[in-house]
Design a binder for this molecule. Structure first.
Ligand code: NAP
Length: 312
């Protein structure tokens, strides 16, 4: 089968199409014929060596964390050949789904909702699970809760805004000019265009701030946090994880690190939200033969929603 692999850390130039054997499955696994893979910032952070502590430096490495496809072979599971599914690889630091076939534990795949495309299904697990985890960490929210989502119209923001809209809450979204319309459509009551206005210079303060851009940071966010408030951080530096836990004892402005993993529970919440109308915007789809172009496009930024690669 064809797969995308790389033999050293670097930019997209290190990505190569390679020929490999179709993986053999173990009894707890299923073999999926991949139809689509969606791109996540995690893919290029691993490839550029920014997550070396977790990924290690052993090559070749593969890329792409989440996929949709058709069950080709089953071990001991309730799936059957031909089922349409979506899922994640077991260890994103060591494996990749951007290949014609992928072998994964059966607990890491779920039935694809019939109402969405394979590219949309392949876009759910990673950012969707993170959005569900964030909402859990927020605790009780109501229409008086002032929530700021910074970087609101990428993959994660798309899910988070719409889940928040279904729950209530006064949402201020920070987005670039061309994404303002999407932020409003997905549930923001106020949208700040970050190319025109610096949210940190405003007078307003928030109960909850979520920074999806990775550019604000907790220390900056403190300036616009209420006395009792939460900063949700999905892009912590390793050192911030223990420090935030310690500092949270002494301040009402809590710094909460988000490390989420797709599970049947949070995927169930997402399937329910999709049934209620959550939209998954696919900004652009590339064929497998243009996987390098797909990553170049996604890594440049300015993408509203997700970028996907289609295999079949
Ligand atoms: N911890 C976890 O479990 C977990 C799970 C999923 C994702 N993540 C991480 O969470 C982050 C968000 O994920 P994602 O998939 O949504 O990434 P994404 O699609 O790249 O979205 C990032 C957003 O930030 C915006 N942005 C860029 N510069 C900005 C600025 N100066 N001010 C405000 N917004 C700005 C971008 O807008 P423009 O492109 O329009 O400029 C884009 O909408 C990534 O770093 C990802 O790795 C963590």
């Amino acid at each position: 089968m064809k797969a995308i692999a790389y033999h050293k850390f670097g930019n997209t130039a290190v990505l190569q199409t390679v020929a490999e054997a179709i993986p053999a499955i173990q009894s707890n696994q299923v073999l999926v014929k991949v139809s689509a893979v969606s791109i996540n910032p995690m893919d290029w952070k691993i490839r550029k060596g920014e997550m070396k502590l977790m990924s290690g430096s052993k090559f070749p490495k593969h890329t792409g964390v989440e996929f949709a496809g058709i069950i080709e072979e089953v071990g001991n599971s309730n799936f059957k050949k031909g089922d349409e599914v979506f899922g994640v690889v077991k260890n994103p630091m060591k494996e990749g789904a951007l290949a014609e076939f992928v072998a994964v534990p059966s607990i890491s795949v779920w039935k694809k909702p019939a109402t969405i495309s394979s590219a949309q299904a392949a876009s759910i697990p990673i950012v969707g699970a993170a959005a569900v985890t964030m909402i859990e960490k927020m605790g009780d929210i109501n229409t008086n809760t002032e929530i700021l989502v910074n970087g609101a119209t990428g993959g994660l923001g798309m899910f988070l805004l719409q889940l928040l809209k279904q729950k209530g809450g006064a949402i201020t979204a920070v987005a670039s000019t061309k994404a303002v319309e999407f932020a409003t459509r997905w549930g923001a009551t106020t949208v700040i265009d970050y190319t025109l206005e610096n949210v940190l210079s405003g007078n307003k303060s928030y109960d909850i701030i979520i920074d999806l851009s990775g550019k604000m940071g907790y220390e900056n966010a403190r300036k616009i946090m209420k006395r009792k408030s939460i900063f949700l951080n999905p892009t912590p530096k390793p050192i911030e994880i223990p420090i935030s836990l310690f500092k949270n004892f002494f301040t009402g402005k809590k710094h909460v690190v988000i490390l989420s993993a797709p599970s049947s529970k949070n995927i169930g919440v997402l399937q329910n939200a999709i049934d209620k109308g959550l939209q998954i915007e696919i900004n652009k789809i590339f064929p497998f033969t243009q996987s390098v172009e797909a990553y170049d496009y996604a890594e440049k930024g300015g993408v509203v929603g997700k970028v996907a690669i289609k295999l079949s």
